[in-house]
Design a protein around this ligand. Structure first.
Ligand code: ZN
Length: 183
């Protein structure tokens, strides 16, 4: 069903709504993502679909420009760009603002898109990446907790230890002991 919110998404090419719905234009028989930059249709000719299958079942064809049936979506590409950046730079200071600058989006829009696709916020993803690297280093080296904090982008040792415990249930030292014992 068409709503004011959806119509606004269509006329503003708002990619935050991509995958939440698609719209078909009766006069052309083509359906698009809300973000498609194609000509704004006449509202009376627009049909709303909640997924690609529904549009195809009604004999609409996917738009060649925004490719609504394609597996890899523009937002997924965008989020992949963010996660790649995080995985390369987790040892440095990373804020939502830096990430937004690098990935060309507003912090708000970026956070929202990231969360929709990954299920967690970019900041949570950064923390999880850091903790998972820290676990690897703890289990495979004799580096101190302080050094590991530095290497994983959390130079404040107390903060590092607190976050580590919160995410894993163990202090870094406990984790190391347990992990070494298993070997
Ligand atoms: Zn399109």
């Amino acid at each position: 069903m068409m709503t004011e919110e959806r119509w606004q998404a269509i006329i503003n090419n708002d990619c935050a709504y991509d995958n939440q719905f698609f719209y078909g234009v009766k006069t052309t028989g083509i359906f698009c993502r809300p973000s498609c930059k194609s000509k704004i249709p006449n509202i009376e000719n627009v049909r709303i679909f909640l997924d690609v299958q529904q549009a195809l079942a009604e004999q609409f064809r996917p738009c060649k420009r925004c490719k609504p049936g394609e597996h890899r979506l523009p937002d997924e590409d965008w989020v992949a760009q963010m996660t790649e950046y995080i995985e390369k730079h987790y040892s440095k200071t990373l804020t939502l603002e830096t990430l937004a600058d690098i990935c060309h989006g507003s912090p708000y829009h970026m956070q929202r898109t990231f969360k929709r696709i990954k299920g967690i916020t970019p900041i949570e993803y950064i923390q999880e990446t850091r903790i998972s690297k820290a676990k690897q280093i703890l289990a495979s080296s004799d580096k101190t907790v302080k050094e590991i904090g530095f290497l994983t982008g959390i130079p404040n040792t107390a903060h590092f230890a607190t976050l580590f415990k919160k995410k894993t249930g163990y202090t870094p030292t406990e984790y190391r002991k347990l992990n070494r014992k298993k070997k």
